[in-house]
Structure formats: structure tokens, C-alpha cells
Design a protein around this ligand. Structure first.
Ligand code: ZN
Ligand code: ZN
Length: 281
């Protein structure tokens, strides 16, 4: 399986508009691995994208992605969904539309019933934005109720928490297993099915106890209720017998640059994502 982390950023892009902190100034100057688009993943084998942050069009261009046939959604939070206009940019040809030539194959929008219900709550003046794209022939909904195959790749959605409004995705092929859990995955679903993965790509994680502007995250800090520390991630790795970890959904608030993360990789024994990172498993 060939994955490309086309967006490794968090709730805001990096550089953060207006911000003059060291990390944002450096990102504007150097570009490349120093800047980050919103969080999304591409699986090249089956032309599959996970999540559509608002800058997804730029992320697809930056990684020179050529085809998208499937879009999976982990959950409805704006930083993962508000690039939904991408359906127009992927499939709509206005001249064809006026000549009544239908778009070529609609993009399959895949989510669990619980997540799909929340996606249907994302609307424009005409109602659910997904209804509009389905009616235009740009997208089709597919509910994930059990593991399913696209080509040789088996895809499973594991719900997080009781509301099941967030999914962690698992991709399996030829004895290899990759888990993608970019956001809102605390407490982590410690399911048996997730054990022995070759790779866990995980977000929802803050990095280090001192963040941007020397803000200190003490033992009782509320951030720890919401997000995993790196120590939490290492515990998940140990308990689920995961081979490798890549941390994604990296926030500007962590106050670290691409170079800082390179240094931390040795210290923590995990890898940190950057935009365009290719991972073959
Ligand atoms: Zn900044
Ligand atoms: Zn998120």
C-alpha cells in the first residue's frame, strides 16, 4: 500500500494567517516541509482520500494527485470537512453541465451511518451540501456497516466512543495493516482488531510539555483530557503491538518547526508527518 500524507497540519494551516511567530515566519520563507495543509491522507493504490479540510484542493495539487475515486470521512469537524466543495473541483465541468453531459463516475463518499448522519447536517442554503452534490451527479454516498474491499485492500471503520460519531480507519492488504486515527480519538479504541498493525498514523496529539510562546502543559492541564501526549501514544503502541508510529495533525500551537521534529524523532522513537510524506507499507 502506498500512502501519501498530503496534509499534516491541524485545525489551522501553517503558516497561520497573520501570525509572526518563528515557526510561521520560517514556513512562509522556506515553504516545503515547513508549511502544513489541513489533515488528510491519500491511498494511491485505490485513489482514495480521507477527509477534506478547506485547503484540500491545494494539498491535492501540491502532491500532484491525479485521481480520486473515494473519499472517506473520519468525522464531521470543520477542519476535516469544510473542503467539501472539492466534489465540484474534482468532477464538475460547467460546459458539460449546460450541454446536459453527465459528470463521469461520481466520487464515492464513504462513512459509517453515524458519521454520515452528522455529515448530512453540513448544509448550504439549499439543504445538505452532500444532497446537492449527489443531485448534481458528482458524489454518491456509501454507508460503511462492515469491512469492505476496494480492489485488494480491505477497509474497516472502528468507532471511537459511545456516540460513534468518529471513526478510526484500518487498511489491510497482503498481511499488512495500517491504522489512520487523525483526530478526536481519545480515548483510543483499544480493539483487538487493531492489534499488530505495521503502522499507526495518529493525530489528536500534542508534542512536548512546552509549546508555542513557552506555554507549559502541566500534569493537570485540560489539554491532556482532549489530546494524547507522546507518552500516551507510546503506550497505545505498546498495548496494541504496533510496529511504527507517525504523528500527524500537527498544530502550529505546538511551536515547533520541521527541524525540531526531526530532532524529536530520535528522542521519542516516532516519526512526524510532513506534507507529501510517502509511506509504503
Ligand atoms: Zn505562528
Ligand atoms: Zn481535527
Amino acid at each position: 500500500m502506498k500512502f501519501i500524507i498530503i496534509g499534516s497540519g491541524g485545525c489551522v494551516c501553517l503558516p497561520k494567517p497573520l501570525c509572526q511567530c518563528r515557526i510561521c515566519v520560517e514556513a512562509r520563507k522556506k515553504g516545503g516541509r515547513y508549511k502544513r495543509y489541513g489533515c488528510s491522507l491519500y491511498l494511491e493504490d485505490v485513489s482514495l482520500l480521507v477527509d477534506t479540510p478547506e485547503d484540500i484542493a491545494h494539498a491535492l495539487n501540491a502532491s500532484d494527485i491525479r485521481t480520486v475515486e473515494y473519499i472517506l470521512y473520519t468525522h464531521r469537524d470543520p477542519d476535516h470537512t469544510l473542503g467539501m466543495r472539492i466534489f465540484e473541483q474534482l468532477r464538475l465541468e460547467w460546459i458539460d453541465y449546460y450541454e446536459k453531459i453527465p459528470p463521469r463516475s461520481p466520487v464515492e463518499v464513504c462513512a459509517t451511518p453515524e458519521v454520515m448522519e452528522t455529515l448530512n447536517g453540513i448544509g448550504i442554503g439549499y439543504g445538505a451540501i452532500l444532497d446537492y452534490y449527489v443531485k448534481m451527479g458528482l458524489a454518491n454516498r456509501r454507508l460503511i456497516t462492515e469491512p469492505f474491499n476496494i480492489g485488494n485492500i480491505q477497509i474497516s471503520a472502528v468507532p471511537v466512543g459511545k456516540s460513534k460519531s468518529v471513526s478510526v480507519f484500518m487498511f489491510e492488504n497482503d498481511g499488512r495493516k495500517v491504522i489512520y486515527a487523525p483526530c478526536d480519538c481519545k480515548p483510543f479504541p483499544m480493539e483487538e482488531s487493531l492489534q499488530n498493525a505495521d503502522l499507526l498514523i495518529i493525530g489528536n496529539t500534542f508534542v512536548g510539555d512546552t509549546l508555542k510562546n513557552d506555554r507549559s502543559i502541566g500534569a493537570d492541564h485540560p489539554l491532556r483530557q482532549e489530546l494524547h501526549s507522546i507518552e500516551d501514544v507510546l503506550e497505545i503502541k505498546r498495548k496494541l503491538f504496533v510496529n511504527d508510529i507517525i504523528v500527524t495533525h500537527i498544530e502550529e500551537d505546538w511551536g515547533k518547526s520541521y527541524d525540531d521534529y526531526i530532532t524529536l524523532e530520535d528522542q521519542y522513537g516516532v516519526k512526524f508527518a510532513y506534507d507529501g510524506m510517502v509511506v509504503e507499507v
